[in-house]
Every structure is written in C-alpha cells, then in structure tokens.
Design a binder for this molecule. Sequence first.
Ligand code: AP5
Length: 226
Amino acid sequence: MDIILLGPPGAGKGTQAQRLVDRRGMVQLSTGDMLRAAVRAGTPVGRAAKAIMDAGELVSDDVIAGLIGEALDAIEPGMGVIFDGYPRTEPQAASLDDLLAVRGRTLDAVIELEVDETALVDRISGRFSCATCGEGYHDRFKLPEVAGTCDVCGSTEFKRRPDDTADTVRHRLAVYREQTAPILPGYEARSLVHRVDGMAEIDKVEASIGRVLDGPSASVAAGQRR
Ligand code: AP5
C-alpha cells in the first residue's frame, strides 16, 4: 500500500510516518529528510538546496523527482511506502503518478492531516531533536525525562532546524497554501483523500490513520502493496 501524508509544515507528517514505520513496517520517504541528508553530506544537491530550504522555499521539481525515483528503486518489492512532504506541487503530483506507474505501483490513499494553522508556528518553533539519534522533542509538548539528556541514547547534544524560526515557518505555511494545497482537488476527484484531525493527541491521530488504512477500501495489510 502506497500512501501520501499531506499537511502543512508541523501538521505531524513526520511523527505519524515514523509510527507507521515502527508499527506497520512501511517505508518512509521524506523529501525533507533526504534533502537535509544531502546538505549534511555536502553533495551538489545539498549545496544547491541549503539556501532554498533555509528560506522556506521549495527545491526544484526535477531535483525532487530524481530523489524519489532513486529512493523507490531501493525499496524491496512488496513494501508499502509513505510519502512524507511529497508531492508539494502540481508537477510533483503528476510526476509521482509516472514514477509509480513505471514501477508497477499505485497510489492507494492520500491522508490529509487537518490542522489549525495558528497552532503550527508554536509546534514547529518549539521543536528540537537529539543530535546523536534524531529523537524528536518539543519545548512544551515533549521534553526529555531528564533535562538535557536524550531519553533514547543518553546524548546531551541537541539541535534545531535552521528553517524552524517563527518567520520562516509563516513563510513555509504560505508556500503550502499557494503551491501544495492546490494538489488536493486532483486527488479528491480520484476519491483518494481521507481527512484526519491533526489537532488531536498524537496517539489519537495515529489511531485515526490506522482506521483509514484498515478500512474497507484498504483490505490488505498496510505493509504490503496490492
Ligand atoms: P520538510 O522536512 O518536509 O518539512 P515540512 O513539510 O515543513 O514539515 P515538518 O517536518 O516541519 O513538519 P511535519 O508535518 O513533519 O511535523 P512533525 O511531525 O515534525 O521540508 C523542509 C524543507 O525542505 C521545505 O521547506 C523545502 O525547502 C524542502 N522540501 C522538502 N520536500 C520538498 C518537496 N517535495 N519539494 C520541494 N522542496 C521540498 O511535527 C512538528 C512538531 O509538532 C513536533 O515537535 C511534533 O512532536 C509535534 N507534533 C506532531 N503531532 C502533534 C500532535 N498531534 N499534537 C501535538 N504536537 C504534535
């Protein structure tokens, strides 16, 4: 089963994708994570993307198609995929259909996390993660159990994303409204869209997504493609 998790910055796409990986054995393809890895590795893609990402703009559709194509080729047959943060433009949505079709895959569902935009600036600007293992935390919603020490690996080093400042988050939200939200009607016309309340507690959002995946139109195990 291949699905898109769609929603504005901070809607909880990464959080829920990680849960689907842990609980259902699906594969998360996050273009944001891929780009940040390219920036860290200093690849040509990473060097070109860094300033664009820091400004909250979108990296070019061609670069993104290349990343997704390569990532899909590396996935074992039969594994279900969660597209997280992709597609983000109408050309990317069209390209995804082609990338899936040539690999004999189909898109099964688009799960839109519905959120109140006013809460998102707080959510994102309070976010930080362990610099060693990547475990995510939040200044208000999820602090480490022992202050300054990662619950998972015990590291005392933490980091924040350069694009998580309040001003950049506001710009990223505007970019979402202008360039990403317009892809929804195309998926609605194909009856692929399922809406989930992304303002609920994380466990409840997970349960709602589970009901979508286990519903009558998704009768196969979520970790496997039809
Ligand atoms: P990307 O990394 O995709 O960032 P984003 O879409 O802006 O999404 P975020 O990762 O900020 O949020 P999220 O929805 O995953 O929320 P999360 O689970 O972390 O993209 C970054 C940049 O890369 C883009 O701006 C662009 O430049 C470039 N890029 C990426 N993909 C691209 C593409 N396809 N095309 C072109 N450019 C691209 O949650 C946020 C916080 O809220 C966390 O602290 C979490 O703990 C908390 N939280 C989550 N759910 C809940 C809840 N239910 N209640 C309370 N708190 C919650």
